[in-house]
Design a binder for this molecule. Structure first.
Ligand SMILES: O=C(O)Cc1cc(O)ccc1O
Ligand SMILES: [Fe+2]
Length: 453
């Protein structure tokens, strides 16, 4: 079935991992890049070693219950009040924030796009972000946005923090270095990272590519966490030790730099004379992390029927209503299909949640053609969808021997809020006008008589 080897996937596995990380999910980490830089036994000594400044970064209210209380203590060359001066407004016209109803004339429908074309001009990561959909309301810290990025230049003296939410970055083409206040993470396609709300960072390119491209989920709500496994037990799906948090690394640089900020949907910039990535040591549980999707251990149907895709949830961001995610990050990794007397691909369905999908490599079993790496699809609240005609025919008539879906990595940002498409998405030249024709062949088969048709 999906057995074509994708050269990108092969290339991705060649790169060696040089940076150091600390394993675990949501741990209380501690790390210092100079010996003795981290105070022991207290957070806020009268004077810190090396002349460092102590500073707390809070990701939850001070009084949040222990299970969701997140903060880190940073020991840095300058306090971050010196990393922001007077702000001036700046425009990032393609980055939209909910609530945002795009001004466009595209009618409601199931939508699919081919990948973004490579940028014609020079763009860094920040300049290369394009919002496809927004959902909820960033001002009430609910909802999310789905973005795509393409870029071809490094952020050198430009830094960024997002006060509106955490950012889940999903590279599709090109490896990247995400240098945050708390340390550096290298990502290749198949790896993802989370940059927590408010954390300063910059993104640079790794390796040789024509373009660096991927997807971003900007989560305005409560932080992503690991889903409960319920009766699955204590293992499988994403395992905590496969989440990797960077060790402290600082950039001691005295050059003109710019810090860009996203705050309640508006953008601002401030000029400073040094790098804001100057944290020499830190400890705490509010920190960036990365995760290799290839370490996800899928659990699925071993006798019959197709389970709900929630079994493939890597991370879930709760909304406050039990079982109803602000946004789930779900993947469709390589796996064996063994179910007997079963239609094995996703069933036809309608869903109160809204599904934004992307493809990192390979092919997706419900849509073997048309949904390509770097592409996107949107199946919004209650809009019917499912396998295309070819997929239906194949799955209805194929021999049900064990089949391995190889070389495939699709994902979904699934939110409880309807997703509003932006004007950019509506007018994107790669929008596939004929997408819904993929279901045209699904004709009436019923003729009133019993039996398989
Ligand atoms: O629509 C999709 O392709 C995503 C999806 C996959 C699946 O296996 C079950 C439900 C679902 O929404
Ligand atoms: Fe779906």
């Amino acid at each position: 079935m999906l057995d074509k080897i994708d050269p990108k996937a092969v290339k991705a596995s060649v790169k060696t991992q040089a940076l150091a990380y600390m394993p675990g999910f949501g741990n209380d980490f501690e790390t210092e890049s100079l010996p003795g830089a981290l105070p022991q036994g207290q957070n806020s000594p009268q004077q810190c070693n090396y002349g460092l400044y102590a500073e707390q970064l809070s990701g939850s209210p001070f009084t949040a219950p222990r299970g969701t209380n997140e903060r880190s203590w940073l020991y840095r060359i300058r306090p971050s009040v010196r990393h922001t001066g007077r702000f001036t407004k700046i425009d990032y016209p393609f980055w939209k924030t909910a609530p945002h109803i795009g001004e466009h004339s595209l009618a409601l429908g199931q939508l699919r796009w081919s990948p973004l074309p490579a940028p014609k001009e020079e763009l860094n990561f920040l300049q290369g972000i394009r919002t496809m959909t927004t959902a909820g309301d960033a001002l009430t810290q609910a909802g999310m946005a789905a973005h795509v990025y393409t870029f071809n230049a490094d952020m050198v003296d430009d830094y960024f923090f997002n006060a509106d939410g955490e950012m889940l970055v999903v590279p599709e083409t090109g490896s990247i270095r995400v240098f945050t206040e708390l340390g550096k993470m290298d990502l290749e396609p198949s790896e993802i990272c989370i940059v927590p709300r408010g954390t300063m960072f910059k993104v640079t390119r790794l390796g040789e590519e024509d373009v660096w491209r991927g997807y971003i989920c900007e989560n305005y709500g409560a932080k992503f966490t690991m889903p409960d496994r319920g009766p699955i037990g204590a293992n499988c799906l994403a395992n905590p030790r496969d989440f990797k948090t960077p060790v402290a690394t600082y950039e001691d640089k005295e050059t003109p730099c710019r810090v860009h900020v996203k705050w309640c949907g508006s953008f601002h910039v401030t000029e400073i004379g040094h790098s804001p990535l100057d944290v020499v040591a830190w400890h705490g549980n509010y920190a960036p992390y990365k995760y290799d999707l290839r370490t996800f251990s899928p659990v699925g149907a071993i006798l019959f029927d197709h389970p709900d895709p929630s079994i493939f949830t890597v991370l879930t961001a709760p909304s406050g209503e039990e079982g109803t995610a602000n946004v789930d990050f779900v993947i469709f990794p390589p796996r064996w299909l063994v179910a007997e007397h079963t239609f094995r691909p996703p069933w036809y369905h309608r869903n109160i949640m809204s599904e934004f999908m992307g493809l990192i490599y390979g092919r997706y079993d419900a849509k073997e053609e048309g949904f390509v790496p770097g592409g996107m699809s949107l199946h919004n609240m209650m809009l019917p969808h499912g396998p295309d005609f070819t997929g239906f025919e194949k799955a209805s008539n194929g021999e049900l021997k064990p089949v391995k879906l190889e070389n495939t990595m699709a994902f979904m940002f699934e939110t409880r809020f309807p997703q509003q498409i932006t004007r950019f998405a509506a007018e994107l030249e790669t929008l596939q006008d004929n997408y819904i024709d993929c279901w045209t062949g699904l004709e009436r088969r019923f003729d009133g008589t019993p039996g398989i048709k």
